[in-house]
Design a protein around this ligand. Structure first.
Ligand code: ZN
Length: 187
């Protein structure tokens, strides 16, 4: 994962925000690393905590990149998501966009943590449209349906097999231009 595609968060201070000032900056949070964020918060508080106007103690992710949308403004969720993304990339070899996509699809970090921890996700790869048709061809070639006599190959209905694969519920497509990343879920 490169610095350009995240995961990154723009961490901001609420006390400053409530006073009409935007105090914050972008941080790379690969693997859920929060050391730089904690250092910045400590330095910010040392300058800005005020005995009269009160402490600056609430910080959140005002913006983020390379993370699922559902984390909203939660810094805690952003860091946990970044941690899971790194784990998923290492375990499956999937590209960052595919990992963010499947996390988005799972929709909940606790569930995602269970699924990823159990090693239930297999990254099948990138396929061009029609994706289900392509997968059907691959499954037939790989012998999922047993050996096919050469004289019958021309009669195989790949679209029907593709529909069967689609309806099995085992696969999740993460759309990309011209095709999709394909994940398989093994229970
Ligand atoms: Zn502040």
């Amino acid at each position: 994962m490169t610095a350009a595609d995240g995961p990154r968060v723009w961490v901001g201070c609420y006390a400053c925000y409530n006073n009409g000032e935007l105090a914050g900056r972008w941080f790379d949070i690969d693997g859920g690393d929060r050391e730089a964020i904690d250092q910045w918060i400590t330095a910010h508080r040392a300058r800005r905590d005020d005995p009269v106007y009160g402490p600056h103690e609430e910080f959140d992710a005002f913006d983020h990149e390379g993370l699922p949308r559902f984390i909203g403004e939660s810094l805690h969720a952003a860091l946990r998501a970044a941690e899971l993304l790194e784990e998923l990339e290492k375990d499956t070899g999937a590209p960052a966009a595919a990992c963010v996509g499947i996390l988005e699809d799972l929709g909940d970090l606790e569930d995602a943590g269970d699924v990823i921890g159990a090693g239930e996700l297999i990254y099948c790869g990138e396929y061009d449209h029609p994706v289900w048709h392509e997968l059907a061809g691959e499954h037939v070639d790989a012998g999922y349906y047993g050996p096919v006599p050469a004289e019958l190959v021309g009669f195989i209905d790949y679209d029907a097999i593709g529909r069967d694969i689609e309806h099995s519920g085992r696969y999740t497509l993460i759309e990309r231009p011209g095709g999709a990343h394909v994940w398989e879920r093994c229970y």
